[in-house]
Design a protein around this ligand. Structure first.
Ligand SMILES: C[S@@+](CC[C@H](N)C(=O)[O-])C[C@H]1O[C@@H](n2cnc3c(N)ncnc32)[C@H](O)[C@@H]1O
Length: 244
């Protein structure tokens, strides 16, 4: 099986040779950082349509975590184009973090379309180091389709715990590795190297639930789901929330 995967990976490498060449020349990362937000703007519309009921379910109890200020203070890590804004409760104060500055103009558009949220600021930073956000300062942190792309899941989850107030919640919805005995897992492995390059560091084969189970939350509500998505490779999902 390992040999078959290797041979198929080689075939995919050959097909994607121009991208590997650009990467070798040090040009691909810059192109990707510009291209990816445009791709994500369209992808997020499709994803939100197909996952609408699950997203509504996920965010349905956000209000329970409103702190002493009376307004939910929410930090979205890896916010992308701001595709989650429409699921946030009215008056929710939102800070966004993303390492790619090219998302800002898409975020501004999303803010204009979602007047019910109170947008505070956009911080250009990776979730592994969110020193711009004070300890215990937010009621909720949200990550959707982000933990597949980050360099260090453990470090991000530590940072999430640091910025959350005691009793605050971390909401997640992530695509993950398929079950190992399935064809889906086979194709995830074959396509992983090229997928990673094309989709800005997205890893198809992460068992993200393990990092969440290891993290220091007092309560974890995590469900596995075969998401009703047309992109088969992304169907295995986890979603839920964890309380600090
Ligand atoms: C697939 S997009 C998802 C965007 C958005 N959360 C959504 O659901 O539409 C992944 C996002 O994670 C961001 N990202 C990548 N590495 C990151 C990191 N280390 N910390 C925070 N965000 C990261 C990317 O720039 C991108 O905006």
């Amino acid at each position: 099986m390992a040999l078959t995967i290797f041979i198929l990976q080689l075939a995919v490498y050959i097909l994607a040779f121009p991208i590997y060449l650009l990467n070798f020349l040090g040009l691909w990362n810059r192109i990707c950082k510009i291209w990816f937000p445009h791709f994500l703007e369209r992808f997020a519309v499709m994803y939100n349509e197909q996952m609408a009921s699950k997203k509504r379910e996920l965010f349905s109890n956000l209000q329970e975590f409103v702190g002493s200020s009376g307004k939910l203070s929410l930090l979205e890590v890896g916010c992308g184009t701001g595709a989650n804004f429409k699921y946030y409760p009215p008056g929710c104060r939102v800070t966004c973090i993303d390492p790619n500055p090219n998302f800002e103009k898409f975020l501004i558009k999303s803010v204009a379309e979602n007047r019910h949220v109170q947008f505070e600021r956009f911080v250009v930073a990776a979730g592994e180091n969110m020193h711009q956000v004070a300890d215990g300062s937010v009621d909720a942190v949200v990550c959707t389709l982000v933990l597949c792309s980050v360099e260090n899941q453990e470090q991000i989850l530590q940072e999430v715990c640091r910025v959350l107030r005691p009793g605050g919640a971390f909401y997640f919805m992530e695509h993950v590795a398929a079950e190992r005995s399935t064809w889906n897992y086979f194709w995830q492995q074959v396509l992983h190297p090229v997928w990673y390059l094309v989709f800005d560091g997205c890893t198809l084969t992460r068992e993200t639930w393990k990092a969440l189970e290891r993290a220091n939350f007092s309560k974890l509500k995590l469900q596995h789901l075969q998401a009703p998505l047309s992109w088969e490779l992304l169907r295995p999902h986890i979603y839920g929330y964890a309380v600090k």
